[in-house]
Write a protein that binds this ligand. Sequence first.
Ligand code: FES
Ligand SMILES: [Fe+2]
Length: 354
Amino acid sequence: MTSIVRDQWYVAAYGREVARELFSRTVCGESILFWRTEAGDVTAMSDRCVHRRFPLSQEPSHLVGDTVVCGYHGFTYGSDGVCVAVPGQTRVPRTARLKAYPVVEQDSFVWVFIGDPDRAATTDIPRAPWLAQDGWTTVSGMEPLAARASLLVDNLMDLSHETYLHGGYIGTPEVAETPITTEVDEEARVVYVSRHMADAACPPFYARSTGIEGRITRWQDIEYHPPCLYLLHSRIAPAGVLPPEEGPDDQAFHVEVVYAITPETEHSTHDFWMVARDFALDDQGVTDFLAESNRTVVLQDVVALDVLEKVVEGEKENYQELSINIDTGGLAARRLLAAMVEEGAAEQAPVAVR
Ligand code: FES
Ligand SMILES: [Fe+2]
């Protein structure tokens, strides 16, 4: 049974990846072709020519103005995916059209809608405004993950693993030691997990970027919008400077860690990661440091999850897990995802006719 949620928006690419060149990415098992029109709009259509399935992203396929010409026999398609010319005859078969995907550019991402396109307009796209907003500087990347998306969701919902898997980067003992609070907004379908550390060691990731020496207040507030968008609102300040709970926090350093978790296939994932900060905006040294150390951290997860995928897939009939308090957020996320998968399956199932 599929684990992929359909009828949802997924991040397919960063806007910067799509230009006046043919770009292809597989999202939820569908090979999608992206390019920009001469006016700068992103298009999304199937990357398989209707004639003999030659990938349109493959040379010598190419763009001519706002059309894409298949490199095999020359079928030519407009930006809406409709075929406008075929070789050797003037009549273009009426069914000659590529599947076109609803596509939206927002918050530095290219979002595509996977599923029934008629549902796109009524399905919300979650926001991550910091990524393309004045007052923030963002570093970002994308790592291919040879593991199912749900393993990355598990990983991100439980940050106690920072202490062990990412010690020396973002992990300190206090992360694993501090209990979490979890809330689920069933209606909006959002999982919140918070861990507020009043007095913690400052890991190198934050010490070098903020310049703080000594102990810190460190808040981690997760907001997961299944299936694709994960936000970690991170707040750092020297210990004792901020009010203990809510209150003015303009003396704090804010870091918005964002992940877009996009299934490539049932067993592989596009792991988009971003780190936006509201300090040292023009400091290239800080930018380079955060980019490099965050990528290192992401790759530590990738290595672990690639191993885990093999284990889970190889022993699927035959293994058990044991969950504890730290898993509350991850379990809530799994439950929401499973419900969303089930809804999609129910809609696709044939209706019995009497
Ligand atoms: S496969 Fe594209 S034109 Fe033949
Ligand atoms: Fe991690």
